[in-house]
Write a protein that binds this ligand. Structure first.
Ligand SMILES: [Zn+2]
Length: 322
């Protein structure tokens, strides 16, 4: 059985075909998420059709479509409840009907970071972990938590997934969500270019030569000893580690799973982050372990496949929620 999975990210839409935890084929499209989701759906259908054809699969070999979205999702009603700026028109959209109309397939739908956590505990490098938090550094910053073997959803579907909106500086930037100094407003990929261009060091920084500024450009120029990039990275580490300590204090995990594009630079980030977090976290029972996603780009896709498998109630995977 083949699962079709879609990860609607802020920058890219990733699409994959997965069978039993193996990615058979994948592709990606630019998201243009500020323009909404509806204008992109025809392209998504095209990409899925092409992916199936290229690999000589028929839609009737597929079990369903797994849809991951960067907002608050109601998995029972199969709708998006709320989202921060991007894909604004996806709120209330009937994804179920869309998938039925176009592919005659059922769907499962989940918050993207929660899907990433499920992907890592089902098929990834955190397989079998029962008490963990995940933080995924993409365009924004997503989080999720599992306690006593149950993935947190909560009464209003928002438990565990708002770690990007933990305040890490009460005197900080006003976030799009309305709160002050959210982790995502202080230290996300999305917010970097704005922050950088207002910095007095910017005119003399190597970053002036970069067309677009994000995590990767900062890390590259940090490695070339650019003073502004060093300061920015140091500053982001303060916020990232504060966010992770908050997650540890809130959800009592034994492991912290790190995923997302930033983890391609884990050799630089991880030692610095781990040192800061372990210094600050209150965990008298022992030390929290850090785990890196094996394929940071695939955590969300694997999670959606795992959820489809769990929904089919076949095979070994069954995900429990609270
Ligand atoms: Zn916020």
């Amino acid at each position: 059985v083949i699962d079709i999975v879609i990860d609607f990210g802020g920058t890219n839409i990733k699409i994959g075909l997965i069978s039993d935890g193996n990615i058979l084929s994948q592709t990606r499209l630019p998201a243009y998420s500020e323009n909404g989701i509806l204008p992109r759906l025809p392209k998504v259908v095209e990409a899925i059709t092409e992916l199936l054809q290229t690999n000589a699969y028929m839609p009737d070999q597929c079990s369903g479509i797994g849809i991951a979205l960067p907002g608050l999702v109601d998995p029972e009603a199969k709708t998006l409840l709320s989202i921060n700026e991007k894909y604004a028109d996806a709120v209330g959209f009937e994804f179920d009907r869309w998938a039925q109309d176009v592919f005659h397939l059922p769907i499962v739908i989940e918050n993207d970071a929660r899907a990433a956590l499920i992907g890592e505990i089902s098929y990834g490098s955190a397989r079998g972990e029962t008490d963990a938090v995940l933080i995924i550094f993409g365009t924004g910053i997503g989080t999720a938590a599992i306690m006593n073997g149950r993935v947190l959803r909560g009464k209003h579907q928002q438990a565990g997934v708002l770690g990007g909106h933990f305040s890490t500086d009460v005197h900080g930037e006003t976030c799009n969500c309305g709160n002050l100094g959210c982790l995502e407003a202080q230290a996300s990929h999305r917010m970097l270019s704005n922050k950088v261009k207002h910095d007095p060091l910017y005119p003399k920084s190597m970053l002036r030569d970069s067309e677009s500024i994000g995590y990767q450009t900062i890390i590259d120029s940090y490695e070339s000893d650019d003073p502004l990039s060093s300061r920015l990275l140091e500053d982001m580490l303060v916020h990232w580690s504060a966010g992770i300590v908050n997650l540890i204090h809130a959800y009592d995990p034994e492991t912290v799973i790190l995923s997302g594009g930033l983890m391609k630079s884990a050799h630089i980030i991880l030692p610095l982050l781990e040192e800061r977090v372990l210094r600050s976290a209150w965990t008298p029972w022992g030390k929290v372990r850090f785990i890196l996603a094996k394929e940071p780009d695939a955590s969300v896709l694997l999670g959606m496949s795992s959820l489809l498998q769990s929904a089919r109630k076949q095979g070994g995977i069954h995900i429990e929620f609270i």
